[in-house]
Write a protein that binds this ligand. Structure first.
Ligand SMILES: [Zn+2]
Ligand SMILES: [Zn+2]
Length: 334
């Protein structure tokens, strides 16, 4: 089969790979499309240690079931599906509590690290454990369904924020996940959502997608206090902005992590009794994500920058890396 391989750090080739064979608990999916994730773009140079070449990336996909492992009874050939990126064991204490994103044995689709390697969906076919599949509702396109995983990440973060109707929220970072978080906050009943970014185009899109106010991070100063701040960048300046912006007793959800360490305003957090929580991936929100897209509550079409054949994948990875064009989601079609 045709596959886009990360052959060496930051270097791709279109290769002829062996078509994967599903294990007993897996299905074979004919990939319709697969999104390029920010973690793929950051990880392609192998600086994260999570994309050790040679490997096939891609964990935001949709497609059609083409073959079933011998133990798979709940799915049929021909069904349209997408899937979670997190492959959990279903047996450990975390999985038993429903915290599948924290599974002791967790693996991630399209990731290759010291502990495991799982080829992803930048290929004509991919194998996926049946337990992470989600059926695509009728009428929803494969392109929209490819947002299952990134939207589930946003929904998980908003779930941890425990927003109540009428509350106010700040979203620091209006990239792809930030724009989904903004919509998820409004869907959860937030009365006012304020978006912060450095990019005017992204702020304009944030307004279009439901943000009530926008702030340019370096040109304007945010002086209000909100109930909840969502940090979707992961750097010292942005983490500090999120913490400074919440009221006493407010909640800060940390989603972004572009750097491993940040300056932390310990005294402000303690004396103002601010709750700071990390949010990792998703734990059971994929079905909700598909429903929210299908019902129109969450709009993903405005986030699609390009839908291109797998052959152009290498080019789009380099362009995403350069970051000059403001690309949001690029979908590759094998
Ligand atoms: Zn992703
Ligand atoms: Zn587990």
């Amino acid at each position: 089969m045709k596959a886009l391989e990360l052959t060496a750090p930051s270097s791709f080739s279109l290769i002829e790979a062996a078509k994967p064979v599903p294990a007993r608990d897996e299905v074979l999916i004919r990939v319709a499309c697969c999104g390029i994730c920010g973690s793929d773009v950051h990880g392609m140079d192998n600086s994260s240690g999570r994309r050790i070449p040679p490997m096939i990336m891609g964990h935001e996909a949709s497609g059609v079931i083409d073959a079933l492992g011998s133990d798979v009874a709940a799915w049929n050939i021909g069904q349209r599906v997408s899937f979670d990126s997190m492959v959990y064991c279903g047996k450990c204490s975390f999985c038993q509590r429903g915290e599948t994103n924290l599974c002791e044995e967790r693996q991630v689709m399209g990731v290759s690290c010291q502990e495991f390697k799982r080829d992803g969906a930048f290929a004509e076919w991919v194998v996926v454990p049946a337990r992470i599949l989600e059926a695509i509702p009728d009428g929803l396109s494969f392109e929209e369904a490819a947002f299952t995983e990134p939207l589930a990440v946003a929904l998980h973060a908003v779930r941890l924020a425990k927003v109540k109707p009428g509350q106010t929220a700040l979203v620091v970072g209006s990239g792809l996940i930030g724009l989904l978080v903004i919509q998820a906050l409004k869907r959860a009943g937030c009365q006012k959502v304020v978006a912060v970014d450095l990019d005017r185009d992204r702020l304009a899109l944030a307004l279009e997608l439901g943000a009530d106010e926008i702030f340019h991070a370096t040109e304007e100063k945010f002086t209000e206090e909100v109930d909840v701040a969502m940090e979707v960048v992961g750097a010292s300046v942005t983490v500090n902005l999120a913490i400074q912006s919440v009221r006493k007793g407010g909640r800060v959800i940390l989603v972004g992590n572009v750097v491993a360490q940040v300056d932390f305003p310990l005294q402000a957090v303690v004396t103002r009794e601010i709750q700071v929580l990390g949010s990792c991936a998703a734990a059971g929100e994929c079905g909700e994500a598909l429903e929210a897209i299908a019902s129109g509550e969450i709009k993903v079409k405005p986030l699609i920058s390009a839908v291109v054949p797998l052959e152009e994948g290498s080019d789009y990875f380099q362009r995403s890396r350069e970051g000059k064009e403001g690309l949001l989601k690029v979908l590759l079609k094998p």
